[in-house]
Design a protein around this ligand. Structure first.
Ligand code: ADP
Length: 380
């Protein structure tokens, strides 16, 4: 741009010098040419500005250019959208006077002093400030970070929870192992007690790691690998497995058809059903009593698993499907749980386009219901 002006002006300078020796007409021609050249320059400049503005308008970030005092010089459409104000009313306004940005004011002072990039989160907006090369302007970018931020936060919480859950059994195992090491002469009874505790906590860690791996696999699994699955047969198998583990319990089951087919991944469906059945046992006084019903209504299939256990307080009902949520932490720990079982069931339900719901009364029992679409709808 600057080069173009230098060439233009020097050309015109030479022309005017030559024209000094000529008549009025040449002077007139020279002035006309000079005028045209200026107009072309101005038009070129404004077209260039227009082009860069339309590029800015295409960005998904809000972009605002501020002067050194922090007043708005340029703003793209997304920027105006973030600030919920039209572009014109933003021009010239002190950027940090905007109600959504007021808390970011110290950033302006910091960047003016240090000239180093600054970043801050303000009510769901990620605001970045950078000094532009000319050093006389500041580039502010605004990004709606609610989705991204929440995702990051969820990831962080997940890692923190998982580490915490793993740490507890590790600490217990370490404690007992060290005691065994320090006390070579130990009674048989104590030895049995300590080793039992070590084994139980190893089991707990093993369960936790298995559940974490299952959740990770489910996250990357495409929608279930569908095939026809007979729920009646599956419930039969699950009941037998559960009775082998807990021979004292009682299970009754009902179904209105001999075969009830859903579209599903058999391994995942079995895992979900076993989790629900095992919870029925874990959260009941022994011996547990479970009732399983499968009903084919033609346009939907309902599977419900009911127990007569401790129940779930109503204020916890909408949280129990969250990862690591437990109503009674001590009880869950005693049972080797860490609040992951129902979140696995929930993800499996989502992968099968099934709806999961729960009803419960404290001290009376709990019923989980899964509603599937019939096999004919989803199987190809
Ligand atoms: P956990 O591994 O702790 O059992 P879950 O995700 O399976 O984790 O369950 C979450 C919480 O929901 C449990 O801590 C428990 O308090 C409650 N819960 C789940 N199933 C039942 C049930 N059948 N009866 C009573 N409470 C239940």
């Amino acid at each position: 741009m600057k080069k173009r002006y230098i060439v233009l002006l020097s050309t015109l300078g030479c022309a005017s010098f030559l024209c000094l020796y000529n008549a009025f007409l040449e002077w007139f021609l020279f002035l006309a040419l000079f005028g045209i050249a200026i107009i072309v320059q101005l038009l070129g400049g404004s077209r260039k500005k227009q082009r860069s503005l339309s590029v800015l308008d295409g960005l998904r970030e809000g972009v605002v250019i501020l002067d050194w005092e922090g007043c708005v010089c340029e703003v793209n459409q997304k920027g105006a959208l973030f600030l919920k104000q039209d572009k014109r009313s933003l021009l010239g306004m002190p950027f940090f006077d905007h109600p959504r940005l007021k808390k970011g004011y110290p950033l302006l002072e910091r960047i003016q002093e240090s000239k180093l990039p600054q970043r801050v989160m303000l009510e769901g907006i990620e605001l970045d400030l950078k000094v532009l090369e000319s050093k006389k302007k500041i580039l502010a970018t605004l990004l709606d970070s609610t989705g991204e931020y929440q995702k990051k936060q969820l990831g962080k919480d997940f890692v923190a929870n998982a580490s915490h859950e793993l740490r507890t059994p590790i600490t217990i195992i370490k404690g007992f192992a060290e005691t065994l090491y320090d006390l070579p002469e130990i009674s048989d009874a104590m030895l049995t007690e300590f080793t039992e505790k070590i084994v139980r906590n190893c089991q707990r860690m093993d369960n936790l790691v298995k559940n974490l791996l299952t959740l990770a696999d489910l996250d990357y699994l495409p929608k279930a690998r569908l095939q026809e699955v007979d729920l009646v047969g599956m419930i039969d198998n699950c009941s037998h497995s559960l009775l082998a583990l807990h021979p004292e319990i009682e299970i009754e089951s009902f179904h209105n058809e001999e075969y009830i087919l859903v579209s599903g991944d058999p391994d995942l469906l079995e895992l979900a059903i076993m989790n629900l059945l095992e919870n029925g046992v874990k959260y009941s006084e022994s011996p547990a009593f479970l009732s399983i019903t499968i009903a084919d209504f033609g346009d939907s299939i309902e599977l419900s698993i009911a127990d007569k256990g401790v129940g779930i307080p109503s204020e916890d009902l909408d949280k129990i499907f969250e990862r690591f949520y437990t109503v009674d932490k001590a009880r869950s720990r005693r049972m080797g749980g860490a609040g992951l079982g129902l979140s696995i069931v929930n993800v499996i339900a989502v992968k099968h386009d099934a709806e999961i719901s729960v009803t419960s009364t404290v001290d009376e029992g709990t019923t989980f219901k899964l509603v599937f679409q019939p096999a004919s709808v989803l199987c190809v």
